[in-house]
Design a protein around this ligand. Structure first.
Ligand SMILES: Nc1nc2c(c(=O)[nH]1)N[C@H]1C(S)=C(S)[C@@H](COP(=O)(O)O)O[C@H]1N2
Ligand SMILES: [Mo]
Length: 334
């Protein structure tokens, strides 16, 4: 997502980031269905069945766990995101929990596994994209099977005909192209939970599973870009800096801006969250004076978590929520 799209509450589908491990599948929507496995009753739901169920909509901020990976000093071999792997869309669909209750969740269930239709070879093994989610998370009221994005049927690249939305969690949990939902009496041990998406320094360590998005803010680039360097040039005088802030754990409580290379900080104006898991807009009025300025923004959420100057390095290059720094040249004239 180009960072200038931080000025919009909702990210248009064509500007929203994409992360696709394998090939985009193109299932026939008329014959497509989700199969429920390991539940008390067999259940198979077509797109028509999903659309006939109670409908819910909510704006949700999605961020890839690897967002910021390419800004770590060591460069893990994976998608080299700078800061653009984020977006907020209005997702519509049907809540997951009532579906699981209809299928009947066996008493011994600990995880629910969600499998997509896409297959590939990762870590040397052929597999489908599949993620496990703890039962308590899967039963949350706001977790949904979405079949629309910003009021339109899902695009193929965003998981058509239907995908999972787990508000607050990093992107990898939001399984696209849903094919099968399985109740498991043991923790899910597939590749995307046990090998990928873990915070660790050595491959041999079990590490810690990535779950909720860390607190983060980003600034929309001020002024005009130069081509091809994309340096930022701004006219002197009053201007309003703006951006968005989010956290998967709690509402944002504070956003601060620095005009001097993160030496001193002042509070930005923060708007309330439009929904529990959608980013919050912030603004900061500044009278720009000629010269080079190192701007920065940082957010703090209601748990007290705040963005670090530098995030801890880790093998997968995940969860880099370091303070966002933006250099701008304020020109002498208008
Ligand atoms: N089936 C399937 N689901 C998937 C993926 C995938 O490769 N296959 N990628 C995941 C990752 S890592 C992210 S960040 C989000 C991205 O969702 P988007 O492309 O709609 O923005 O989808 C998740 N769901
Ligand atoms: Mo991701």
């Amino acid at each position: 997502m180009p960072l200038e799209a931080l000025t919009a509450d909702l990210t248009p589908a064509g500007l929203h980031y994409l992360l696709i491990h394998y090939d985009v599948p193109f299932p026939d929507h008329a014959s497509w269905a989700i199969t429920f496995d390991g539940f008390e009753r067999p259940l198979r739901l077509t797109l028509g069945d999903l659309r006939a169920r109670p409908r819910t909509s909510q704006p949700v901020t999605l961020e890839c766990a690897g967002n910021g990976r390419a800004l770590f000093e060591s460069r893990p071999l994976s998608q080299p995101w700078l800061l653009e792997a984020v977006g907020t869309a209005e997702w519509s669909g049907t809540p997951l929990a009532p579906l699981l209750r209809d299928a009947g969740v066996p008493a011994a269930t600990v995880d629910i596994a969600f499998a997509g239709l896409d297959r590939g070879i990762e870590g040397g093994e052929e597999a489908g994209y599949e993620r496990g989610l703890p039962l308590a998370e899967a039963m949350r009221e706001d977790v949904m099977i979405a079949f629309e994005m910003n009021g339109q049927p899902l695009l193929p690249q965003h998981g058509a005909p239907a995908r999972l939305i787990v508000p607050g969690w990093y992107g990898m949990a939001h399984v696209k192209w849903l094919d099968r939902i399985t109740a498991l009496a043991e923790p899910f041990e597939g590749y995307q939970n046990t090998v990928s998406y873990r915070l660790r320094e050595q491959q041999e360590e079990p590490g810690e599973a990535l779950t909720r998005m860390r607190v983060r803010s980003l600034m929309a680039p001020p002024g005009l870009p130069t081509f091809p360097e994309r340096d930022r040039m701004l006219a002197p005088g009053p201007t309003t800096l703006q951006g968005r802030a989010w956290s998967g754990s709690a509402p944002i409580e504070r956003v601060e801006v620095s005009l001097d290379g993160a030496a001193t900080w002042s509070d930005a104006e923060l708007q309330p969250a439009p929904a529990a898991h959608a980013w919050q807009r912030w603004t900061f009025d500044w009278t720009a004076t000629p010269g080079m300025h190192d701007l920065a923004c940082r957010a703090t959420d209601a748990t007290g978590a705040t963005q670090p100057m530098a995030a801890d390095p880790n093998l997968g290059g995940y969860a880099n929520n370091a303070v966002h720094r933006v250099r701008v040249t304020v020109t002498a004239g208008s």
